[in-house]
Design a protein around this ligand. Structure first.
Ligand code: 3HC
Length: 282
């Protein structure tokens, strides 16, 4: 079965990016949000990225129009019934994801593939809650999706070879560079990135240096595009805290334990760029 129509669940930061790159690659793409307001905001983000891209000379007017022409939004599940592949990018909550996949299981064709963009939940567990565990895999994109080249392709215990190959090829068809990651918390990138970010917070708590100097050190000394605190604010402190807790729960290693300051900043609502304050003010 060739993939022609792609569904995306969730039009937040990740979902809108995934829908954009899917539509840009020529797939008829339908993105679903729970409320029209969320959908409008996500579609506005895509529109802005493309308009900015044209202004920067990075996107042609024709490519912008083709992308927008391939894209449509809906607030119901019905509109996704003809999809050949569905990428879920909703809230990181097993129950919510299970409910969404259950609604789709009853609607879409038996051959359709389900993928989750989860950054930390167990693909095998999510697959086991559907009627198609063999046609279920992980496709983990990176923020900002239209600019980051990487996609992690995750095989759950029950993912079939055919599903794995199709999802890998799908990621390539989006112009991304896929890598194969195991179904273990953090996959490959977060397994290495999250302890580094947590360690930056712990080191700061222990007086290693100022936030600005630690950021400057890693940026200019290692050539990283962002220092750890800028990146924490960019990813979201709540997201990092959530991923760290899942990793710590499974591995029980101190490297994954969220430092006290991270928990307190999340409790204070200082979740980073999206809230206007994290380690920096925006
Ligand atoms: N359309 C097309 N191209 C665009 C564009 C647009 N609207 N906006 C920017 N670009 C292009 C720029 O022209 C530029 O291209 P060039 O390299 O060919 O000149 C490139 O994208 C970079 O854009 P900018 O120059 O505007 O911005 P920066 O150079 O500051 O880069 C960044 C921004 C890509 C976000 C960079 O800072 C970066 O890579 N940061 C790290 C991000 C990261 O680590 N993400 C992963 C987070 S972890 C995650 O997502 C996993 C999850 O599970 C937690």
């Amino acid at each position: 079965m060739a993939i022609k129509t792609v569904g995306v669940l969730g039009c937040g930061l990740m979902g809108s990016g995934i829908a954009q790159v899917s539509a840009a690659a020529g797939y008829k793409t339908i993105v679903r949000e729970v409320e029209q307001g969320f959908l409008d905001r996500g579609m506005g983000r895509i529109q802005k990225f493309l308009t900015d891209g044209v202004a920067k000379g990075k996107v042609t007017e024709e490519a912008k129009n083709t992308t927008l022409g391939n894209l449509s939004g809906t607030t119901g599940f019905e509109g996704l019934k003809d999809c050949d592949l569905i990428v879920e990018a909703i809230i990181e909550n097993v129950e919510e994801k299970t409910k969404a996949f259950a609604a789709l299981d009853a609607l879409v064709g038996a051959d359709a593939i389900f993928c989750s963009n989860t950054s930390s939940l167990c693909i095998t567990e999510l697959a086991s809650k559907t009627k198609r565990p063999d046609r279920f895999g992980g496709l983990h994109f990176f923020n900002p999706v239209p600019l980051m080249k990487l996609v992690e392709v995750i095989r759950g215990l029950s993912t079939s070879d055919d599903t794995y190959q199709k999802t890998f090829a799908f990621a390539q068809s989006l112009g991304k560079e896929p890598i194969t990651a195991p179904d273990k918390p953090g996959f490959i990138v977060n397994r290495l990135l999250v302890p580094y970010l947590l360690d930056a917070i712990r080191s700061y708590e222990h007086g290693l240096g100022t936030i600005e100097d630690i950021d400057k050190g890693m940026k200019l000394g290692c050539g990283y595009p962002m220092g750890p605190f800028t990146l924490l604010d960019f990813v979201g402190l709540d997201t990092t805290y959530y991923i760290a807790n899942i990793m710590f729960e499974e591995y029980r290693e101190p490297a994954y334990a969220p430092p006290p300051l991270l928990k307190r900043m999340v409790l204070a609502g200082r979740t980073g760029r999206k809230s206007g304050q994290g380690f920096y003010k925006y």
